[in-house]
Design a protein around this ligand. Structure first.
Ligand SMILES: [Zn+2]
Length: 331
């Protein structure tokens, strides 16, 4: 199963310290993404906004490659954002906070832009607002950037505090890692232990044109399968399309197993939040399910790789604003 998705994903962690008070609201994904994207476009893209969606320009411009792939599908975006998880709305000067980016596919060319924009938006443009002054933004300094390998404790610095040398990230999530974690987890899971999913940021899933307001394991699994197939098509090496005819087969083949997943505990609730969308020019709902579920199944062998990939790539709406980030644990 796992050999279908030939993805390579780099996980970056940014440690920041507020240099003025910063108010970003309880959910910070929207403010972070907005500031980061507008810094990128203003600083590194040389064409007027009307030309940014031109496919020829997008192929040549790393900024528009990152930010302008505005099609119907969220999965065309080459990154996912991981906002700070604390719900504190305001940071005082000197307080630290952490956010992250997951970069999909060939990121060597875009990595410096991601990093520089994250650093400069904090000290140059600002973010959110400074609650002590009516109109000014809040500012922060980037203390360090690390390259993480999820499911392991591996972490290597790519930028250290006070150092101007950037080390390209070298740790990436690849199919081999997913297989290794499966080997470690499957004996316990197939012996009656449960898979706990912590929904860290709002999971906003659509099922038959309606929001999934109550956690449904089958809907979760099917949307995840679709996202992984889409992402592998865009960023896989080789892409999924070589096996495109198997997407339907894949869904059909795995759905009976996914139908047997039992929801043994549901501690989820709806977190109703909204943010401002520059693209839409209006407020946009960002709410979704958060909390945790415990799932049981008789045989996780084919299912677990899909869930593990999902922890890395996030799921549902608003992934570029931090949505659909979850953490797995065997309980
Ligand atoms: Zn551009």
């Amino acid at each position: 199963m796992n050999d279908l998705f030939h993805l390579k994903i780099y996980c970056l962690e940014f440690v920041a310290r507020a240099t003025t008070p910063i108010e970003m609201g309880e959910y910070k994904g929207s403010a972070l993404r907005g500031a980061w994207q507008s810094y990128l476009q203003a600083s590194f893209c040389g064409v007027p906004p009307s030309m940014r969606s031109d496919p020829i320009h997008q192929q040549a411009c790393p900024v528009c490659y990152l930010t302008s792939r505005e099609t119907n599908s969220e999965t065309r975006r080459p990154y996912a954002l991981r906002p700070p998880l604390s719900r504190q709305a305001c940071y005082q000067s000197g307080e630290k906070f952490v956010f992250g980016f997951q970069l999909f596919g060939n990121t060597q060319a875009i990595f410096p832009y991601v990093l520089l924009a994250a650093r400069e938006m904090g000290r140059d443009r600002g973010i959110g607002r400074n609650p002590q002054t009516a109109k000014q933004r809040g500012y922060f300094e980037l203390l360090e950037v690390n390259n993480l390998l999820p499911f392991t404790n591996q972490r290597i610095p790519v930028l250290k505090n006070g150092d101007s040398t950037i080390h390209p990230p070298s740790l990436a999530v690849e199919p081999q890692l997913i297989s290794q974690i499966c080997e470690q987890w499957l004996p316990d899971l197939n012996n009656g232990r449960t898979l706990k999913i912590d929904l860290l940021t709002p999971l906003r899933l659509i099922n038959k044109e309606h929001l999934m307001r109550v956690f449904d394991p089958l809907v979760f699994f099917q949307r995840l399968l679709e996202r992984l197939a889409d992402l592998s098509e865009q960023y896989g090496d080789p892409p999924f399309s070589e096996k495109k005819s198997t997407l339907g087969d894949l869904v059909n083949g795995l759905s009976p197993m996914a139908q047997n997943i039992r929801l043994v505990q549901d501690n989820t609730y709806w977190w109703d939040i909204s943010g401002y969308s520059n693209r839409l020019g209006r407020s946009q709902p960002l709410g979704g399910l958060v909390g945790s579920v415990h799932l049981a199944a008789d045989d996780w062998s084919e299912l677990l790789p899909i869930f593990l990939w999902g922890e890395i790539v996030q799921l549902g709406k608003n992934i570029v604003k931090g949505g659909g980030w979850y953490h797995l644990e065997v309980i």
